[in-house]
Design a protein around this ligand. Structure first.
Ligand SMILES: C[S@@+](CC[C@H](N)C(=O)[O-])C[C@H]1O[C@@H](n2cnc3c(N)ncnc32)[C@H](O)[C@@H]1O
Length: 190
């Protein structure tokens, strides 16, 4: 199974209808659409991307799929400001890192901003909530970003961590999944 599908599976196990979730790297909008369907009309999705192009592609994909009812909030900006885009506990935060396929490589995620966003996502996560990060190690900085995320996850207290990778491909995608202990609450510190 692809890392992106595994990430969906991890999120599906945790998120309930009506909850608030975040797509921290909207890109073409596939994860935002997945989250929009998952939380339903009563739920809330906050989608973030640096590029206007990603905002437009995602808006289009949502409309094409009949999700134009306001459950998704599209934010153009850096996920390093994730905390300012949310106002309460969230059930899941998804990251699909790297750059938009076929797009401008100037908008590639960077380990410093990714770690800042993960930290804010972790603080906002409700007990039992999940963060997924699909990392790509074949482009400049990708391996270092994947290593920084694995180290960040390993240092968390009150987290269950899973790392999925295909052993036969050293530069293939790596999925880091972090689940918060069920007794912890979002927005109460790290
Ligand atoms: C691999 S793509 C995401 C694919 C997307 N999840 C999908 O389903 O199509 C990575 C995205 O991260 C975005 N990005 C890069 N740095 C960012 C940052 N600091 N904050 C938010 N988005 C960022 C890029 O613009 C790009 O659209």
């Amino acid at each position: 199974m692809r890392a992106t599908e595994q990430a969906h599976q991890a999120v599906r196990r945790v998120v309930r209808t009506g909850e608030t979730v975040v797509d921290a790297t909207m890109g073409n909008g596939h994860d935002t659409l997945f989250l929009g369907k998952l939380v339903g009309a009563e739920g809330n999705v906050i989608g973030i991307d640096l590029q206007e192009k990603a905002v437009e592609l995602t808006r289009h994909l949502l409309l094409e799929n009949g999700i134009g009812d306001g459950r998704v909030q599209l934010v153009r900006g850096s996920h390093a400001e994730l905390a300012s885009a949310i106002s309460g506990p969230v059930a899941a935060v998804m990251f699909n890192l790297g750059y938009l396929p076929g797009g401008d490589h100037a908008f590639t995620t960077r380990k410093e901003t990714t770690i800042a966003a993960l930290e804010q996502g972790w603080r906002a996560l409700r007990g039992g909530g999940v963060i997924t990060a699909v990392c790509y190690r074949g482009h400049p900085g990708g391996r270092e970003e994947a290593e920084a995320i694995s180290a960040w996850a390993a240092a968390l207290v009150g987290a269950e961590i899973e790392i999925f990778e295909r052993k036969e491909r050293e530069d293939g995608p790596l999925l880091v999944t972090v689940r918060k202990s069920a007794t912890a609450d979002g927005l109460k510190g790290s």
